[in-house]
Design a binder for this molecule. Structure first.
Ligand code: DGY
Length: 321
């Protein structure tokens, strides 16, 4: 008998094919389910496992209603703010995430945001799609050079380090702020700042790669934006709640920031439309990991975790031990 699985969101083709082959799953291609729908499907099928994504808020209330048959919940994401880890621990439910496999694509997209924001990608695109037809003088519609700039990174973890690696290819000087300095082989020549506020005045471009948590909530606010040099570029492909969005809008409108490249927002998908009305924003709908290769790898990694736990082995990527 194959193990029974519920998949609470639509997933890439190759992952669905593996599910068909290895699991008993009513919707192997996934279905967008609310928490209530997922609980009902798990109960109805007496499922052994749940594969979810960050759209499903997996709090203590949901965990309390999980049928006893469920032996693992695997989220297809590296972030796990949607999961109440303490409640999972209390219930003894193994919960896993998908680190590593999305590092490169998220770093690629961060660079796209950096370049797009510096080089006015949104405005140039809009001009072309409106038909162009008028040439620009040498001083018109100028962007900022990205190469050779000082790039500040908040959070030089896996993704931050991959961004730094790309930055070195662009001849950038990398600055970073972490709770502790990294060993030289991970630092790769980057300059360490113990205090975020001390790093900000030295950043031509600032990119956030920190975890969301009480210590990083609204870490970018009127004061910290004010510490960036005038004309700096701000990029966020980490989490929306790291930023006080009113302070960011003010900094963009006043011209204190040259531009911002944003993949994440406080309220997703209902992001603040005032960002879309500004010319100096380059905006994506939370797509850091959204490539065929990476989303497939994330789905496979979640299935590897599920298969391991159901075979009585330890989870590969446990959120708690
Ligand atoms: C992640 O994996 O955490 C990405 O942000 C997608 O949700």
């Amino acid at each position: 008998m194959k193990p029974r699985l519920i998949v609470s969101r639509q997933i890439p083709q190759a992952v669905a094919e593996r599910i068909r082959a290895e699991f008993d799953c009513p919707w192997p291609e996934g279905r967008d389910m609310t928490a209530d729908e997922a609980i009902a499907a798990l109960a109805e099928t007496r499922a052994d496992a749940l594969m979810l994504t960050s759209h499903l808020k997996f709090g203590a209330d949901v965990m309390a209603r999980l049928p006893a048959s469920v032996k693992i919940a695997a989220t297809c994401s590296v972030g796990y703010e949607h999961i109440d880890v303490a409640a999972a621990q209390a219930r003894g439910l193994p919960v896993t995430n998908t680190p590593d496999v999305l590092t490169d694509c998220t770093a690629d997209l961060t660079f796209l945001l950096i370049l797009g924001a510096c080089r006015r990608a949104h405005e140039y695109e809009a001009i072309m799609r409106a038909g162009w037809r008028r040439g620009f003088g040498l001083g018109e519609m100028l962007g900022l050079r990205a190469s050779g700039k000082r790039l500040g990174i908040l959070g030089l973890g896996r993704i931050g380090q991959a961004v730094a690696q790309r930055a070195r290819g662009f001849g950038m000087q990398v600055l970073y702020c972490n709770p502790r300095p990294l060993p030289a082989e991970q630092e790769q020549g980057a300059t360490y700042f113990a205090r975020f506020e001390d790093m900000l005045p030295h950043c031509d471009i600032l990119s956030l790669h920190a975890r969301s948590g009480p210590d990083t909530l609204n870490i970018m606010n009127a004061k910290t934006f004010g510490l960036l040099p005038k004309g700096a570029v701000f990029v966020n492909a980490a989490r929306g709640n790291l930023v006080d969005e009113q302070a960011l809008l003010d900094a963009l409108q006043s011209g204190h920031l040259f531009a911002a490249g944003l993949d994440v927002f406080h309220d997703e998908p209902n992001f603040d439309l005032r960002f879309a009305a500004l010319p100096n924003t380059f905006l994506f709908p939370h797509m850091g990991s959204a490539t065929v290769e990476t989303r497939t790898a994330m789905g496979m990694r979640a299935l590897d975790n599920i298969a391991a736990v159901l075979a009585g082995k330890p989870a590969i990527d446990p959120l708690w031990r």
